[in-house]
Design a protein around this ligand. Structure first.
Ligand SMILES: Nc1ncnc2c1ncn2[C@@H]1O[C@H](COP(=O)(O)OP(=O)(O)O)[C@@H](O)[C@H]1O
Ligand SMILES: [Mg+2]
Length: 257
């Protein structure tokens, strides 16, 4: 294994009943890469993502992150190894402030129980607070720190979800369909933001239904279709790949909205 490989996925499969949602996928992500994972609706993107982050156990195959086999690990254990994710369906706490939503992310990553994080003394509280502020500043929400999350626009809630992941100071950041529900202007802003995270040294896996976003910013694009990886190459190569075009043919783009 190359020294700079962060994530190594080998022969990974997951079946739901008779359906192979992820089918014998082998892939790797290296330090500093911005990689896209695309595929038609139902291709298995979210399932692969859940396998990588410990939310779903595999039927077979392995995931190795920073040299450690993740078999049997719970999501919070994977998170403490330095993998952070966002969710396709936002999982923020609407009745908590923006700041507290982000603090929860930092508490989890620092390995404190909730009680310890919130009441564990000034040093820990200071560390959590510093991480939360830094993440909020990064996504441009520091001025809304005291606002209830429920009062944020949908677009801003997306950035809040990303801030929560950033507060864990991740080694690998995985974003699940961050552009879903955003208009063209918001999607362009998000593309710019993701590129800036990458330029700052972040390693990012971008899971997206929106081909345009992925093709415009990613260095390498992996394509899933019916659970299998059918392409893994530079955007230009993938765009010209007949198997990829065929996988997307007849797919109603509106269905995913
Ligand atoms: N928990 C589950 N139980 C049963 N089937 C599932 C489950 N999760 C996903 N699937 C099925 O697995 C396939 C892949 O789904 P998913 O990973 O959500 O695809 P994508 O994110 O690419 O749209 C779909 O056919 C979906 O219905
Ligand atoms: Mg999905």
């Amino acid at each position: 294994m190359m020294a700079d490989v962060l994530l190594e996925i080998t022969a990974l499969s997951r079946a739901f009943g008779g359906l192979r949602a992820v089918d014998d996928v082998t892939a790797e992500i290296r330090q500093g890469e911005l990689v896209g994972l695309i595929g038609p609706n139902g291709a298995g993107k979210t399932t692969l993502f859940n396998l990588i982050s410990g939310f779903t156990p595999p039927s077979s195959g392995s995931v190795v992150f920073r040299g450690q086999n993740l078999a049997g690990m719970k999501p919070h254990q994977v998170s403490r190894l330095g993998m952070a994710r966002t969710f396709q369906n936002l999982r923020i706490f609407p009745n908590m402030t923006v700041f507290d939503n982000v603090s929860v992310g930092a508490i989890g990553a620092l390995g404190y129980g909730l009680g310890q994080g919130l009441f564990g003394g000034a040093k820990r509280a200071g560390e959590i607070s510093a991480r939360a502020w830094s993440a909020l500043e990064r996504v441009g929400l520091a001025n809304l720190a005291g606002e209830l999350a429920a009062n944020l626009s949908y677009g801003k809630r997306k950035y809040l979800e990303i801030a929560r992941a950033l507060a864990t100071d991740p080694v690998l950041l995985i974003l699940d369909e961050p552009a879903a529900g955003l208009n063209d202007t918001e999607t362009a802003e998000l593309a710019h933001f993701i590129k800036s995270l990458h330029a700052d040294g972040g390693t990012i896996l971008l899971v997206e239904h929106d081909m345009g976003l992925v093709m415009s910013i990613c260095q390498r694009v992996m394509v899933l279709a019916s659970g299998a990886k059918i392409a893994d190459a530079a955007p230009k190569v993938v765009q010209a790949d007949p198997a990829v075009l065929e996988a997307y043919l007849g797919i109603d783009e509106e269905e995913d909205a």
